[in-house]
Design a protein around this ligand. Structure first.
Ligand SMILES: *Cc1c(COP(=O)(O)O)cnc(C)c1O
Length: 356
């Protein structure tokens, strides 16, 4: 009989992986009855055409592999954003596209730079790659921190609007950054439909800029896992080499194409979210929170130097979930997704009550 391996031996795992903490997603309770304002989902439904498209997939054709390039989705995106198919790569969520960027661009020890605090998946992906993170703190006013272009990074991540602050950097500054930087500038526009401007035009102007979009937030499709990379065709062609063969299911391809074709449904829900965001911001400020003006579908509410864990816990007791970050730089803040008006009224009443 072969001798069993001692159970505590994990030598076959890469040291970079053993050394890291895994990404901790926001809580996703699978029972109902929650007011869920912790992971920036859209409170409104997707276009009814999405449901039709999903229904259309319920056939025995599921025995066949999907289109490996998700071309119906790429074509819908090309039409929507006035690009060609060759400018577009589809991902199983934009998280997968972020991973593909590092797979294609970064060797162990290479640098990846980004302002912080920002989307914490970047830290996790850099750790998996065994790369080195150059984390440059945002100034108080969330203007572009100095040193990004000079960091020697092969990849610069710029989350714009930024999570969790909701703040934006102007497109002219991003163009300047891409001109000074030797590496690839990845503008993560997960929330851009809630903002006023996009870096999309840089994709045609600059050889080293790609824009990432997701259908999870503005298009109300977080459960479908659909992301898009929009970039210069030569960059897209390289990224394509490192993607999984069939990374989007038939259902995701059909749902994504249908969602992009019904842009008006998305716009209408985005406008409602933005109106509620203004009210939420104003009332949180009245409760004594510092709230940067957000161009996303969430706000960051901060009480300088006062840990917000107790408020988070008290809200959770009332079955209201918001995002509390246990990291030192954000422990005095809560990130609150913009829900329906009714949900936000319930939240604000609970927060006023807790403050008493
Ligand atoms: C939600 C989010 C993503 C990931 O979106 P998926 O398409 O759902 O994977 C990427 N970047 C940022 C900044 C996000 O907030």
């Amino acid at each position: 009989m072969a001798k069993a391996r001692p159970p505590d031996t994990l030598d076959f795992i890469r040291p970079a992986v053993r050394a890291m903490d895994g990404y901790v997603p926001g809580e996703q309770p699978q029972d109902g009855g929650w007011i869920k304002l912790n992971t920036n989902e859209n409170p409104y439904p997707p276009s009814p055409r999405v449901r039709e498209a999903i229904r259309g997939c319920a056939t025995d054709d599921v025995r066949l592999y999907p289109d490996p390039m998700a071309n119906p989705l790429r074509d819908a995106a090309a039409a929507r954003y006035d690009l060609t198919r060759e400018h577009i790569l589809a991902g199983n969520g934009s998280d997968e596209l972020l991973a593909m960027v590092l797979r294609a661009c970064v060797d162990a020890g290479d640098r990846v730079a980004y302002p912080t605090p920002t989307y914490s998946v970047y830290d996790t992906l850099v750790a998996i790659a065994g790369a080195s993170a150059v984390r440059l703190p945002w100034p108080q006013d969330y203007s572009l921190p100095a040193g990004l272009a000079e960091s020697g990074a092969r990849v610069i991540f710029l989350c714009n609007p930024n999570a969790p602050s909701g703040t934006v950097v102007g497109v002219d500054l991003l163009r300047g950054l891409s001109e000074q930087a030797a590496g690839l500038l990845v503008v993560d526009e997960a929330y851009v439909d809630f903002a006023d401007d996009s870096a999309l035009r840089l994709v045609r102007e600059r050889p080293n800029v790609i824009v990432l979009r997701t259908l999870s937030k503005s298009f109300s499709l977080a459960g479908m896992r659909i992301g898009l990379a929009l970039g210069p065709p030569p960059v897209i062609a390289e990224l394509r080499k490192v993607k999984d063969s069939y990374n989007l299911s038939r259902v995701s391809i059909a749902a994504g194409a249908a969602a992009l074709a019904d842009y008006d449904a998305m716009r209408e829900h985005v406008q409602r979210v933005c109106a509620t965001r203004a009210r939420l911001t104003e009332q949180l400020r009245a409760l004594g929170y510092e709230v940067p003006s957000s161009r996303a579908n969430f706000v960051l509410a901060r009480r300088r130097g006062r840990d917000q864990r107790a408020v988070y816990e008290a809200l959770k007791q009332r079955r209201i979930l918001v995002r509390y970050f246990a990291t030192p730089e954000l422990a005095d803040a809560l990130r609150i997704s913009v829900g329906t008006d009714e949900e936000i009224d319930t939240l604000l009443a609970a927060m006023a009550d807790i403050a008493r």
